[in-house]
Design a protein around this ligand. Sequence first.
Ligand code: ZN
Length: 145
Amino acid sequence: MPQAMRNTNAATPPGDRTAHIAHVGIAVQSLAAILPFFRDVLGMPEVPMSDSDGARIAAVQSGESLIELLEPATPDSPIGKYVARRGPGIHHICVAVQDIEDALVRCRAAGIQLIDDQPRLGAEGKRIAFLHPKSTGGVLIELSE
Ligand code: ZN
């Protein structure tokens, strides 16, 4: 590729112009205790979700995004350790990108510390990768394709 073309690409804004919040992950002690609040009190429809990463997951729809409630399946799972250390609360924000490889390349170039060097399969069967909160304003960010 000619040098001029590479420079043009580098100056082009990131390709993920439609990047948006896919879901907000909330660590909970008990799905049974909190799911009725989101589903029945607030009226957000429940979305079927399979368990992942040692967490039992329930989700509700919020516009184009989901709120995922993450209950530890075991105390030594990542969510189990999180809840034990910090209590329940917002655990991560997942940003949907068009091309996760490209997004990871841009993150690396920007000096963002990656937790997952390569995409892996996440809860919704989508390719995901986590970014370290040290690099992202103290918020654990998940990228999802
Ligand atoms: Zn997530």
